[in-house]
Design a binder for this molecule. Structure first.
Ligand SMILES: [Zn+2]
Length: 89
């Protein structure tokens, strides 16, 4: 059986930050799938936008993607990711 050595990078496409260590007790995994809460939420919203064919959400996600890509560190906060689009206006 061969072991595929996947690069230990964040789940979000385009994100080059390393995954954060999984600090949950009794976890079978050493690392989570994402580098930060922002990427975790973004990936989740992207999944639902795709599933619901939500064009407005998709556009908002593209805007947030630019903000996420502009981060210098996974600890930089992008609070817009956690806000729902309809509350913005
Ligand atoms: Zn990330």
């Amino acid at each position: 059986m061969t072991t595929i050595k996947a690069p230990n990078l964040c789940i979000r496409p385009g994100c080059n930050f390393p995954r954060r260590p999984d600090t949950r007790a009794n976890s079978r995994y050493r690392f989570r799938l994402d580098c930060s809460a922002e990427c975790s939420v973004w990936a989740l919203r992207a999944k639902w936008a795709d599933r619901n064919d939500d064009k407005a959400e998709a556009a908002e996600l593209m805007r947030l993607l630019a903000l996420l890509d502009a981060r210098r560190s996974p600890r930089d906060r992008v609070t817009d990711v956690f806000a729902r689009g309809e509350n913005a206006a």
